[in-house]
Design a protein around this ligand. Structure first.
Ligand SMILES: NC(=O)c1ccc[n+]([C@@H]2O[C@H](COP(=O)([O-])OP(=O)(O)OC[C@H]3O[C@@H](n4cnc5c(N)ncnc54)[C@H](OP(=O)(O)O)[C@@H]3O)[C@@H](O)[C@H]2O)c1
Length: 353
């Protein structure tokens, strides 16, 4: 197939590209910065150069910034689009830009797909369009619910846009949980989600160890809350299965049926970092914090809402689709999670100031 991928330079986009290239597809990769893609391709994609067409563009522009000649040349040529480009900022200050990229950009992608007579658009959303609710079914959510941040709200609005096109295009909405590294290798190439937390813990340890009297160092998190971590290789398997098996109008949770508890993540972090002074208590304890602990908790404030509740994500649609594709559902054991956490914490390149 000929497949266009937006966000091809991103964490997910690069992994997806490699998987599709290995299967022999021809890829049209939309990137803002060609040089960044070149350095990635030099490492992983060189063998596939004849299957790769690079399109320099920006989803916030009409026709994604591609010129008329290029748009014409794509007519009737593209079988499917994976729309992965997005701005992953939880910051209220970025609200306008987040909407421009995530909602406006999605509209531009859908319009281009129609114009070039592409049959199928696979939209990569997020499980967190569920907002402040605690159950996330595989259905379209109301867009007037309460959201934690503009990112969630923008992705939900984009889902509604995508869904509206179901009479003109085959559309599929894919909702990953918190994407973490590869369960086989531990490798990840992102600073988002879990990695923001791990970076914070590394800084906490470094600062605490500077104190001679560092007896203990506490993080205040509810041990019973689960975090919906999904390894990137599983996410890619589901995205790939949806290319053939995802029916028009369907929505798939790419989530973890047995998500790890915060107490389990904490225990692994403590072990991997060799940080016996690290303690975890529920926030209800209301204990006084040291300066280091306070700095850590302040830096984690954007995740506050996610640390407080377990969200149930039924995934019957995904289970059925994967069964049809002959792909197993996710089973992430402690060893795989440890490999992923260690992959970041023990990587020298991730050492922070
Ligand atoms: N990571 C997660 O935990 C997670 C969880 C659930 C859902 N998702 C969704 O998965 C998708 C991919 O996320 P990711 O983790 O791969 O994020 P990422 O590494 O930040 O990749 C996002 C990509 O979007 C591109 N992009 C941003 N603005 C653009 C614009 N105006 N025009 C064209 N491209 C633009 C970026 O290009 P540059 O390289 O030029 O910056 C980047 O390559 C997103 O839709 C995200 O919402 C991610």
């Amino acid at each position: 197939m000929n497949i266009l991928i937006t966000g091809a330079n991103g964490f997910l986009g690069k992994k997806l590209s490699v998987k599709l290239l290995e299967q022999g597809h021809n890829l049209y990769l939309l990137v803002r910065n060609r040089k960044r893609l070149d350095s990635f391709m030099a490492k992983e994609g060189d063998a596939y150069s004849s299957q790769i067409h690079i399109l320099e563009g920006d989803v916030t522009e009409e026709h994604l910034g591609l010129n008329r000649q290029l748009v014409n040349s794509l007519k009737g040529k593209i079988d499917a689009v994976y729309h992965s480009a997005a701005l992953l900022s939880f910051d209220e200050k970025d609200r306008d830009r987040t909407y421009k990229v995530n909602v406006g950009g999605t509209e531009n992608v859908l319009n281009l797909a129609l114009e070039i007579s592409c049959q199928k658009v696979l939209y990569i959303s997020t499980a967190y369009t569920v907002g402040k609710e605690t159950v996330g079914a595989e259905t379209l959510y109301s867009s007037d619910r309460c959201f934690v941040n503009p990112y969630e709200a923008s992705k939900c609005e984009a889902e509604h846009l995508v869904y509206k096109f179901r009479n003109n295009l085959d559309i599929v909405i894919l909702r990953p949980g918190i994407i973490i590294g590869d369960s086989r290798t531990g490798v990840a190439d992102t600073n988002f989600g879990l990695y923001g937390f791990l970076k914070g813990i590394k800084i906490l340890k470094k600062r605490a160890m500077r104190r001679q009297d560092a007896q203990s160092c506490t993080i205040f998190l509810d041990p019973e809350v689960a975090q919906n971590f999904v390894p990137v290789n599983y996410v890619i398997d589901v995205l790939d299965a949806a290319l053939v098996h995802g029916k028009n109008g369907s929505i798939f949770n790419i989530t973890n049926p047995n998500p790890p508890l915060q107490s389990e993540v904490y225990a692994i972090v403590k072990e991997v970092l060799d940080f016996p002074q690290l303690k975890m208590y529920p926030p209800s304890l209301n204990a006084e914090m040291t300066n280091e602990e306070k700095a850590f908790h302040d830096s984690m404030s954007i995740f506050h809402s996610y640390f407080q509740r377990t969200i149930d994500f039924p995934s019957d649609n995904t289970a059925k689709m994967l069964a049809a594709a002959g792909v197993p559902m996710l089973q992430m054991d402690r060893e795989a999670l440890k490999r992923i956490i260690a992959g970041y914490l023990l990587d020298k390149a991730s050492i922070t100031s």
